[in-house]
Design a protein. Structure first.
Length: 69
């Protein structure tokens, strides 16, 4: 899964801690989402989208698989 959380967080001038408090998780969870190490639950993903006032598909999307040759 890919995401724009880091980009959007910077645009809104939120630290990882600020965003984490707004959605009820730890700063480490936000860091892991931004790095792509953690795929958030649907509820967490929706909460993050609500903070940015954006639809899910503008924040998160599935990574395209490369075709095997």
């Amino acid at each position: 899964m890919e995401n724009r959380v880091k980009e959007l967080r910077a645009r809104f001038n939120y630290s990882q801690t600020d965003l984490a408090k707004r959605v009820g998780v730890t700063r480490q969870t936000i860091a892991a989402i931004e790095k792509g190490d953690y795929a958030p639950s649907l509820l967490l993903g929706l909460s993050i989208c609500k903070v940015f006032n954006l639809p899910m598909e503008e924040v998160f999307w599935l990574k395209e698989k490369e075709e095997s040759k």
